[in-house]
Every structure is written in C-alpha cells, then in structure tokens.
Ligand binder design. Structure first.
Ligand SMILES: NC(=O)c1ccc[n+]([C@@H]2O[C@H](COP(=O)([O-])OP(=O)(O)OC[C@H]3O[C@@H](n4cnc5c(N)ncnc54)[C@H](O)[C@@H]3O)[C@@H](O)[C@H]2O)c1
Length: 286
C-alpha cells in the first residue's frame, strides 16, 4: 500500500522483504516490484548505497505472532531494525522512517489521551521490541542520519497484503465469513485506529518534510476522533451488517492493552495532513 502511494508522489521505490507471505496477496500486488529479497537482519551497507531514505516496515507485526517465540520477535523487530539502520547510516542514507506502534503505550493508567511523552508500558514482546528499537534508533541519530518513529495506531482497511488479524478487519472478516461479530475480549479496551492509506500519506509527509522538522522525533500517527472501544467498533460493524450479532469468544475478559492516544503533535507539525478515513464510517464489504 505504501509503495504505490510513494511512487504516485514521485519517488522511485524499491521494496526489501523476506517475503514471509509470498502468495498471500489479495488481488494484484505489484507494490514490491522491483524488490530485493533479503532479511533485514542480513542487510549490508552495500545493498543500501544510493538510496535517500529507508522506510522500515518489516517486522513480526502483531502481539499473538510476537508471543509465539519472543526471541525471534526481538531478533527480527529489534536486532533486524538495528542492523538495517546501521547499514543505512553507513551507506549514507540520510532518512530512516521506522514503523513503530502505539501499542507501546500498553496498559494506560489514565483515561486521558497519551501524547509522545507518556510513559511506555509495553505488555508484549512485540510492543517491547518497538520500544527498544526506538531507543536504539535514537542512539544512532546524528552525523547525517535522521531516524523518525511513526507510532502508528492500529491499522484497518483493504490492502494487497490484507491483514485480517487486526481488530476492525478481523471483526468484519468474522461477520462476513461466519455471520457473527466475534469479540475476543469483553470489548471495554480503548484502541486508536487509522486507515492504511492515511498511514501511507503520513509516511509520505515525513519523507517530504525538511529533515529538521522530523529528525529524531516520534509521532503518534492517527487522529483524535478515532479512539474507540473495541465494543464500539463491533457496533459499527453491526450497524453495517445488522444480520450479524455481536458475540463473545469463550472466556472473553478485559484486555489489559487499553490506551487512548493524542495525535496533536503530528497534526500541528503538518497542518496540511489529515486522516481521510474514520473506522466507524469505513466498514463495508465490497
Ligand atoms: N498493521 C498495524 O495495525 C500496525 C500498527 C502499528 C504498527 N505497525 C507496524 O507497521 C509495520 C508494517 O505492518 P504491516 O501490517 O504491513 O505488517 P505485515 O505483517 O503485513 O508486513 C510485514 C512485512 O515484513 C516482512 N518481514 C518480516 N520479517 C522480515 C525480515 N526478517 N526481513 C525482511 N522482511 C521481513 C514480511 O514478509 C511482511 O511482508 C510493522 O513494523 C508493524 O509492526 C503495524
């Protein structure tokens, strides 16, 4: 989803991926062409020479996957990030945009929305790997190397590598395939959401910004009006698919991962940026 958006903005884009999900494309997926088939843990500086920027998305990218083997999660998400960033810095790549995550706010102890200075309370190896990767990138900042952390809200929306494990897509997928909107928790947890196309626009905004405006910064990426409880998201799906009832998985209880997020920093730094989509208005089957 990001590569075509950046190409449309006039950038030359080369993908780099180990292609864990080869063959799992939803419709046409040419967004990685041309591409380097590499593992981020193995990338050498010579492979990054001549690039102006790296936008680093590669990861074991959710909590349940990260829980399967925490050591692999740190290996890919932390050590892989550090290796890629060091290689980029050595190759003279000036900008390094890192896909971090609001999940690092973890178990918020306040009902207030959390800005980038809020305490980080990661609850899972995935979230912890993002916290530690951000710290490591901060240590590399300087000498012509400008890392930026995009603390993305939970993403939704259709993309060629469609993710059906993330909350809103998951609720819609359950409804569409089983006729029931199935909650894995009691639905009381707060979660900020953002559309995949808006994340791509935000990444393009960062790449186009003067480097001083983003150097060594972390930005929450999303919008203040898209902090939802999981129950509200389920109700949005029900409103679109009223024939599907909300149901709870066996043993569903409160999810400790609950946080509301403040997105004012990115909005004030980049007043022309706005999220074009809202989760509640986006639920539909096409
Ligand atoms: N989707 C979300 O809700 C969300 C929210 C916040 C942050 N993020 C972050 O954004 C990034 C992109 O998310 P996504 O939803 O596109 O994830 P995804 O799982 O769909 O894609 C991750 C990609 O990384 C590749 N990859 C995995 N390990 C690799 C390795 N060792 N070397 C090279 N490539 C490797 C995979 O093959 C895959 O193509 C991730 O870093 C994720 O943690 C995602």
């Amino acid at each position: 989803m990001l590569a075509p958006a950046l190409r449309a903005a006039g950038h030359d884009v080369i993908g780099l991926d180990s292609f864990l999900y080869r063959g799992c494309d939803f419709g046409e997926a040419d967004d990685f062409q041309p591409a380097l088939e590499l593992d981020v843990r193995d990338v050498a500086p010579s492979e990054l020479e001549g690039f102006d920027a790296v936008v680093h998305l590669a990861a074991l990218s959710n909590d349940p996957l990260g829980d399967l083997n925490p050591s692999w999660t740190y290996d890919v998400n932390l050590d892989g990030t550090v290796n890629l960033a060091r290689a980029a810095k050595q190759a003279g790549v000036g900008r390094f945009v890192f896909a971090s995550s609001c999940s690092m706010y973890g178990a918020s102890e306040t009902a207030d929305a959390l800005d980038e200075h809020a305490p980080l309370r990661p609850l899972t190896p995935y979230a912890e790997s993002k916290v530690r990767a951000e710290q490591a990138l901060r240590e590399l900042a300087g000498d012509g190397f400008s890392p930026v952390a995009m603390r993305n809200a939970t993403v939704y929306g259709v993309s060629p590598r469609l993710r059906l494990d993330i909350v809103l897509n998951n609720l819609v997928a359950w409804a569409h395939t089983t006729g029931a909107i199935r909650l894995q928790s009691d639905g009381s947890a707060w979660r900020p959401l953002v559309h995949v196309r808006d994340v791509a626009t935000a990444a393009g905004t960062i790449l186009a910004a003067p480097v001083e405006a983003v150097h060594d910064e972390a930005f929450n990426i999303g919008s203040d009006d898209q902090n939802y409880t999981i129950r509200t998201l389920a109700e949005a799906v029900h409103a679109r698919m009223p024939e599907c009832e909300v149901e709870f998985a066996e043993g569903a209880s409160a999810d400790p991962r609950s946080y509301r997020v403040d997105f004012a920093k990115f909005a004030s730094r980049f007043p022309a940026f706005r999220c074009e989509w809202t989760a509640s208005a986006s639920v539909r089957i096409v």
